[in-house]
Ligand binder design. Structure first.
Ligand code: NAP
Length: 548
């Protein structure tokens, strides 16, 4: 257990970590291993991060189980056995509890405690951190592990407070089972959460009305129970899997095809898409090397999915409404189980709220500009204030009292160095921060890379008696430019999505993810460390050292 000291009711630590999901748990473990006194502060009552909160029916991860876990410990990998190809939320939460138990992490986690503010005190070179229950902590390092999509977005619909029925957000689902039997349920939103929960709620509700703003491409996950030999084989190949996913583009041992979609004949291409469709999972998007870069190439796969939708949905008018027109994959690619099939059920109807927007939540349901719908329950599958939302929920202030929110002009002008740190905020690290590859892949792999880099960096600083590390302004501007230049070569920046803030009313737009891939990004970070933290200013108590 971390040995903490207290002075005048202030807890003194080496490091404060925010959040007890994949990031915070591993950060705590790493820092403990190398002897930094560390406490994790977590708003929830237990470990899990997003998997603690996302308990909606159908919640499941889109990364294959045997890759969606930590790989820092072979023992851990061998001791845990996944049951199906894509892990359901309860199983992921059990896994994270297993990790917390195995490494005895809970004793250094304060649950039900929210970080309210973190302010850098330049004179003392400490972060002064306040919690919602009035604790004060002084720490040399402030590390955020708050995830990129954890602050729920409930659109500001007029009248929600007058609604007499039950309502839920997918990202804040109750712990007890919600009973939809015999009820008229409305689901707003058809992103990953909506697409997963709609088929499950439809099985239970008397009637389900889906309020769709943008139709989605979705590909069958083809989830199935694992055979014992599949899991055994993965365990035997642990080192190979670890090497492959860590050097891959997206944290999975799948690399994009070598050809452009336009280099194959239409017949060969169609066959490739059919094969990928049958395999399920991420294979379709990886069929060629330019599906996320070239409009014409993308159109071939987008059209393939559109035809699948038309084949699956029996009512041609509903099929038309469900058919998307943007670039497949440029909004987050979705996997499903029986999503489009669900619209063939008699108890499901679809409302196009782009054509007739939601005007008001009334006492009895939802009214669009066209019609009123009486509902016993409303499910908001309306997503998150992504990338910056959870950082801005804390009042983080760096040198001269400048707040992170002000520095980044409320999200419109985000600048980070490597997505790990930002100038003016010394000794602060962000795990999977904006402008790192974070959500563009299998996130635990991104998390492990950041955690290991940060822990190594802190060890280096301690060994060399360095008191502060701070990103250089010019280096972070160069990094931001590099990120944007890469992103502008892709189709990600050509559609509206939560990736660029378009899902939140009045949020400044900006695409804040490094698209160059997990493996290449890891190489860049390693190179920076090898050059003794090039691009950062390091200062000991007596002198300041700069490299760039
Ligand atoms: P999302 O992808 O942002 O989808 C939100 C949905 O709500 C969209 O259909 C959006 O429409 C709609 N919406 C938002 N505001 C609305 C409004 N005012 N009126 C009508 N509709 C509105 O959110 P999500 O589905 O929760 O997924 C977020 C991310 O979490 C995913 O992209 C993924 O990274 C992660 N996630 C992963 C999994 C998984 O691994 N299977 C599961 C769940 C979540 P528009 O498209 O028009 O904005």
């Amino acid at each position: 257990m971390t040995s903490t000291t207290r002075k005048n009711d202030v807890t003194e630590l080496d490091a404060v970590v925010v959040g007890a999901g994949f990031s915070g748990l591993y950060m705590l473990h790493q820092l403990r291993q190398v002897g930094f006194s560390t406490i994790v502060y977590e708003a929830a009552a237990d470990v899990g991060g997003v998997w603690y909160w996302n308990r909606y029916p159908g919640a499941r991860c889109d990364s294959e189980s045997i890759y969606y876990n930590y790989t820092f410990s072979e023992d851990l990998y061998n001791e845990w056995t996944w049951t199906s190809r894509f892990p359901g939320q309860p199983e992921i939460l059990r896994y994270l509890n297993f990790v917390a138990d195995k490494f005895e992490l809970r004793k250094d986690i304060e649950f039900r405690t929210r970080i309210h503010s973190a302010q850098y005190d330049e004179a003392a070179n400490k972060w002064i951190i306040h919690t919602n229950d009035n604790q004060v902590i002084s720490a040399k390092y402030f590390i955020t592990g708050v995830g990129c999509i954890s602050t729920a977005n409930i659109p500001n619909f007029k009248g929600l407070e007058n609604y007499d029925g039950e309502w839920y957000h997918t990202g804040h689902w109750p712990h007890e089972k919600v009973n939809f039997h015999g009820k008229r349920v409305g689901v707003i939103g058809t992103g990953s959460s909506g697409v997963q929960t709609i088929p499950e709620i439809a099985k239970e509700a008397a009637h389900l009305t889906v309020f769709q703003r943008t139709p989605q491409y979705s590909v069958p996950a083809k989830n199935h129970p694992y055979k014992a030999e599949t899991v055994q084989q993965a365990k035997e190949n642990f080192h190979e899997i670890k090497r492959k996913i860590r050097s891959s583009m997206g944290g999975l041992p799948i690399q994009p095809g070598e050809l452009s979609a336009l280099e194959d004949t239409p017949e060969a291409r169609h066959k490739k898409y059919e094969d990928a469709w049958e395999k399920g999972g991420a294979y379709l998007l990886f069929s060629y090397n330019d599906l996320l870069a070239d409009e014409e190439a993308n159109e071939t796969v987008s059209q393939f999915i559109r035809e699948k939708i038309q084949e699956t949905v029996k009512d041609s008018e509903i099929a038309r409404k469900l058919t998307p027109s943007y670039y497949y994959g440029a909004k987050r690619a979705i996997l499903d189980t029986d999503y489009f099939e669900t619209y063939n059920r008699k108890n499901v109807s679809l409302v196009d709220v782009k054509q007739a927007p939601i005007e008001e939540i009334t006492k009895t349901g939802i009214r669009t500009t066209n019609e009123a719908y009486d509902l016993d329950a409303i499910v908001f599958a309306t997503g998150y204030d992504g990338m910056t939302g959870s950082l801005f929920n804390m009042d983080i202030r760096g040198k001269d009292g400048i707040s992170l929110k002000d520095k980044w002009e409320n999200g419109s002008d985000v600048h980070t160095y490597l997505g790990i740190s930002t100038a003016g905020f010394p000794n602060m690290f962000m795990i999977t921060g904006p402008e790192s590859p974070s959500v563009l892949g299998n996130v635990p792999v991104a998390v492990e890379q950041h955690v290991e880099w940060i822990a190594d960096c802190m060890e280096y600083l301690r060994k060399h008696d360095i008191e502060t590390i701070e990103a250089n302004s010019e280096d972070e501007i160069a990094w931001s430019k590099h990120c944007r230049k890469l992103a502008d070569k892709t189709l990600y920046t050509k559609v509206e999505s939560w990736y660029n803030g378009a899902n939140i009313a009045d949020k400044a737009r900006g695409f804040q993810i490094y698209v160059g891939g997990y493996g290449p990004y890891r190489d860049i970070c390693d190179e920076v460390a090898k050059k003794e933290y090039a691009g950062f200013s390091l200062a000991s108590s007596s002198k300041s050292l700069e490299w760039s």
